[in-house]
Ligand binder design. Structure first.
Ligand code: CTP
Ligand code: MG
Length: 235
């Protein structure tokens, strides 16, 4: 295992969103994909990765679905209160990881809404991480345009250096907690909080099937990717 990761590793899973864009009537993590909820897919993958000591899930106090899942009472799963924003939900989970694992703890933050993350990607993230932390990301494939205030193009951005940030994102718990204790306005992932403090997390190329289920058409896409992962044995 990577020598920079000395302490225990906790997966922190924000799951306190309502899934507004999914328009399903229930939070999207409780929708079913191939007979299991998205939450069970995501947690099943994290729990089967042995370097992860335990999983801390941020759950809304208004959530009646979570306690009904068998995985909610798994001995390596605990819960903390969700926050008003994703960043707050993550901060609550990181605080718990620090309390349980001490100053040497690391946190692997992963959206509950990304049920298709591959163990090989988590492995690569842990291997390639350095003291600054690391995130899974995808190089962009489209040509990228910068617009002005109107809908006209100002310039074309060199895409060689443009990446889409995914999760998991892996950091020393103490460093991330400090970063998430600053102003969180505009913080949409953990790396951006770390960047604000001057950190430069490592990018690790992930797989394009690690999608975040966000809108209704993502569910059939996820079904397709899951079947393909099953066929090729790459889960
Ligand atoms: N999340 C959270 N706490 C919040 C908001 C979001 O823990 N206050 C979690 C979601 O449950 C999800 C992850 O952060 O697992 C990514 O967020 P997103 O895809 O935006 O999910 P939702 O906020 O649920 O969806 P929407 O924005 O469409 O309402
Ligand atoms: Mg959201």
């Amino acid at each position: 295992m990577n020598p920079v990761i000395r302490g225990p590793v906790y997966a922190v899973v924000p799951a306190a969103g309502v899934g507004e864009r999914m328009k399903a009537g229930i939070p999207k993590q409780y929708l079913t994909l191939a007979g299991k909820t998205l939450a069970e897919h995501t947690l099943g993958r994290l729990l089967s990765f042995s370097p992860i000591d335990s999983v801390i899930v941020s759950v809304s106090s208004q959530d009646p679905w979570w306690p009904t899942l068998p995985v909610a009472s798994h001995r390596r799963v605990s819960t903390v209160a969700g926050g008003k924003t994703r960043a707050e939900s993550v901060r609550n989970g990181v605080a718990q990881a620090l309390m349980d694992g001490g100053e040497e703890a690391w946190v692997l933050v992963h959206d509950m809404a990304r049920p298709l993350v591959r163990l090989s990607d988590i492995q690569a993230l842990m291997e390639q991480c350095d003291e600054q932390g690391a995130i899974l990301a995808l190089p962009v494939v489209d040509t990228i345009k910068q617009s002005g205030d109107d809908l006209h193009i100002d310039s074309t951005v060199d895409r060689e250096r443009i990446w889409r940030a995914l999760t998991p994102q892996l950091f020393p718990a103490a460093r991330l907690y400090e970063a998430l204790s600053a102003d969180l306005d505009g913080v949409t992932d953990e790396a951006s909080a770390i960047e604000r403090q001057g950190g430069r997390p490592r990018l690790v190329a992930g797989q394009s099937d690690n999608i975040k289920i966000t809108v209704p058409e993502d569910l059939p896409l996820a079904r397709f990717y899951l079947a393909r992962q099953f066929e090729t044995g790459e889960q």
